[in-house]
Design a protein around this ligand. Structure first.
Ligand code: TXA
Ligand code: MG
Length: 367
């Protein structure tokens, strides 16, 4: 266990971060400490990416399995040179993608430069790199003068933090500083795209959609994770995994969740039927619903004991933004099980469904 530390908390202007606050945070990074900071996707838990001890401290603070590598965050093009080993072909793909999506929610998996500690990459010869689109993140990286390794700033297995309060819940007493820059903008993590495979492969869908990426590289495919996820936070196998993160249960509230996927009308019917069946057995039922369907549950003969709206089906940006917050709030509901509506996999829907399926740990009903 990492010894407990006093956690400082500072509110920072998300658009024009105050230089004294950023300098204070950067000195902590330079000294090998841990700073949670906002990015446009979710809050990150940052440390000097070139300092192996600081990297180990990240794993300890999060309780993260040691074989799950970290993303290295940069804020200019030249930093790529000291982190990656690119041939001409890879370099042109990185340029094409970077010019369109950086700064932004796209992480590229690339061949590792020997200077990148193996602690960061969990022993892999590849390194994941991202340029976040957030003034606080960019200012911190510039001020620290080093690339910043940062996983999401949650305890391993918990929903990712979309505001500083979530970081406090999980990491107070374990890290030196939390920079509170308010609510994030996307709400889901970056898309992780592996450019070291013959066919560029999405290892984790996220803030940049498959459709957007295919406008730049039409051949991109999505890693099929069927059968790779596991219910208990243990690795499924010791074999090398193309996307180490997908071996573990993620985003799971303590509350049991059951996901119902299909057409919206069929979803509502099945959830109402399940609600009745479960309530007959004395089980208290909650439903995580879209705005469009709330009245169908409210007005039902046997309404669920608890209803929580994630956002409108017409606005997947909104669903993405509130998804992790909703999952955290599930634990506050006085129910025994939470039934969750699924969404279409278009656009951001692919990432939303990826997170929901993992949060449910395999409890999925398709209608
Ligand atoms: O939006 C984000 O990506 C946020 C913010 C803070 O930048 N970060 C984030 O980090 O989500 P984390 O550690 O929670 O997720 C990183 C994912 C994991 O699934 C990990 O396995 C994968 O990226 N990853 C990192 N390095 C990799 C590598 N070399 N090869 C394959 N996958 C890698
Ligand atoms: Mg994470």
């Amino acid at each position: 266990m990492r010894r407990s530390v006093a956690t400082d908390y500072m509110i920072v202007d998300p658009q024009n971060p105050q230089p004294p606050l950023i300098n204070q945070a950067s000195r902590i990074i330079q000294a090998g400490g841990l700073v949670a900071f906002p990015t446009e996707t979710v809050y990150g838990l940052g440390a000097d990416a070139l300092n192996p001890q600081a990297i180990q401290a990240i794993f300890m603070a999060k309780g993260r399995p040691m074989d799950n590598p970290l993303i290295v965050h940069i804020a200019d093009w030249s930093s790529l040179e000291n982190l990656t080993n690119l041939n001409i072909e890879a370099e042109s793909k990185v340029r094409l993608l970077g010019e369109r999506f950086w700064p932004g929610p796209l992480t590229l998996v690339l061949p590792r430069h020997p200077q990148v500690p193996l602690e960061v990459t969990a022993g892999l010869e590849t390194v994941a790199v991202r340029w976040p689109n957030h003034p606080v993140a960019e200012a911190l990286i510039h001020a620290a003068g080093v690339p910043i390794a940062a996983p999401s700033a949650n305890c391993s297995g918990r929903p990712s933090p979309t505001d500083a309060g979530h970081v406090m819940e999980d990491l107070a007493g374990k890290i030196e500083l939390i920079l509170d820059g308010g609510m994030v903008g996307v709400g889901l993590e970056s898309t992780v795209l592996d450019l070291t495979q013959k066919i560029p492969t999405i290892l984790r869908p996220g803030g940049v959609t498959l459709e957007q990426l295919r406008e730049v590289l039409p051949e991109i495919r999505v890693l099929d994770v069927t059968g790779m996820a596991n219910n208990n936070s243990q690795a499924t196998s010791s074999l090398v995994h193309p996307s180490p993160g997908v071996k573990y249960t993620h985003y799971a509230p303590a509350m049991p969740l059951m996901l119902v996927e299909g057409e919206p009308q069929a979803i509502v019917s099945r959830i109402l039927k399940l609600t009745t069946e479960l309530q007959t057995q004395g089980t208290r039922v909650g439903v995580l619903t879209s705005l469009e369907n709330i009245n169908s549950y409210r007005d039902a003969a046997n309404p669920p004991q608890y209803l929580q709206v994630m956002g409108s089906r017409q606005d997947l940006d909104d669903i993405a933004l509130y998804l992790f917050k909703s999952l955290r709030e599930c634990d506050l509901a006085d129910v025994d099980v939470m039934l969750v509506e699924g969404f279409s996999e278009e656009g951001l829907g692919l990432a939303i469904m990826d997170r929901l399926r993992r949060a449910c740990g395999g409890q999925i009903i398709r209608v």
